[in-house]
Design a protein around this ligand. Structure first.
Ligand code: ATP
Length: 355
């Protein structure tokens, strides 16, 4: 199994190193035969290669079984013409990794901030919506006809809505069998109307799954008040981005927020959060997000490639992270502890032996 590793910017290199410590321990215990191939990207290659994403690195990642991408500091990148390629955008749109799967789960013994415990997954459409910088074939979806008028185009297509809905319903089959479509169709009647029609059409193929829908602002309140009511949430790109940060923080910390970007033949593990420049280089970031994202990648590969050992390894990593998080003094700073990034990873690797 070939895994391409791209450490990224900010806290990326630190949490990527921590993640590799855990993955190597998992590979040894479950005899996974993982081959890691690390390449610089982001600010590291901007100076050396004139681009944040060298073309050969993108090609290697798309050809690999899976990719692990550290957070990227896209706000620091120069314009595209000067080499500033937003890696998230490139992998999601050019790489057709259309489903961003973002779980949020509270854990026994670990304080959560919502009023109820939660165990939910946000299935976020990854290729269109409000992301005007990447949704056009030619040109940008944001433009200024005059200096005092700025316009932005929101793109919603039937193809993208149908495939993200299908991803959500398939996921719900292995969970509590409920899908909630989150939208703003009361205001954006045309675009979110199309999204909702597609979700309802896909629901017909899944009579065993319950479907309801909630308006996005109400969904934000319900995540705080009664997150336990949600199982699988399916939503458009930006709503999913915002709600998943909220859900992860409510579950304990954004530093726990794992995700994969999945396409039809490959997937990319990526923490939900950004490059956290405020704590970069200090060895205090919580690497759980990327460790758990990588476990999701192993699980996805295990199911797609029919290799149950990968699924077992993924479940063991989850249990090992939970076991370490259950001990207050082993937690990282964002969770009130004092443990550093690498020490946390070493504890998880050790816990894997018995997880
Ligand atoms: P970016 O622009 O790259 O998204 P940001 O700082 O605006 O960076 P995040 O990186 O998502 O946004 O960080 C939001 C807050 O959460 C910051 O205070 C950051 O320190 C904290 N944070 C994010 N990830 C982690 C982590 N893995 N461990 C601890 N704290 C984190």
């Amino acid at each position: 199994m070939d895994i391409v590793v791209l450490p990224g910017d900010g806290i990326g290199p630190e949490i990527t190193e921590a993640t590799l410590t855990v993955l190597r321990a998992a590979a040894a215990r479950f005899r996974l035969g993982l081959r890691f191939e690390t390449h610089d990207v982001g600010l590291a290659t901007l100076g050396t290669h004139g681009t944040t994403l060298p073309e050969d690195v993108f090609a290697r990642a798309m050809a690999a079984d899976g990719t692990i991408l550290g957070p990227i500091a896209s706000y620091e990148y120069p314009p595209r013409e000067q080499g500033g390629i937003n890696l998230s955008a490139a992998f999601r749109t050019r790489g057709a990794l259309y489903a961003n799967i973002r779980p949020a789960r509270s854990r026994a013994g670990l304080p959560h901030w919502g009023r109820t415990p939660m165990d939910l997954v946000i299935v976020r459409e990854n290729t269109e919506g409000f992301y005007a910088d990447r949704s056009m074939h030619l040109g940008a979806g944001e433009f200024m006809p005059t200096s005092d008028l700025a316009l932005s185009v929101r793109k919603i297509t039937e193809t993208a809505c149908l495939r993200i809905a299908r991803t959500a319903f398939e996921l719900a089959r292995g969970r509590r069998r409920t899908v909630t479509a989150v939208h703003k169709a009361n205001v954006m009647k045309v675009t979110d109307g199309l999204f909702l029609r597609c979700v309802h059409a896909v629901a017909e193929e899944f009579p065993d799954i319950a479907l309801d829908d909630v308006i996005v602002d109400a969904a934000a309140a319900l995540l705080v008040r009664d997150a336990a009511r949600f199982d699988v949430i399916v939503t458009t790109n930006m709503f999913g981005d915002i709600l998943s940060d909220l859900a992860s923080e409510l579950s304990g910390s954004l530093g726990l927020g794992a995700s994969i970007n999945a396409g039809d033949s490959t997937a990319l593990a990526q923490a939900q959060h950004g490059s956290a420049p405020d704590i970069a280089g200090r060895g205090i970031a919580n690497p759980s997000s990327l460790i758990l994202s990588s476990a999701m990648l192993l699980d996805w590969l295990g199911t797609r490639r029919g290799q149950p050992r990968l699924n077992e390894a993924a479940a063991a990593i989850e249990r090992a992270v939970d076991a370490v998080l259950a001990v207050p003094e082993r937690r990282t700073r964002d969770l009130g502890g004092t443990t550093g990034t690498m020490a946390f990873a070493a504890s998880v690797a050790e816990a894997l032996a018995t997880a």
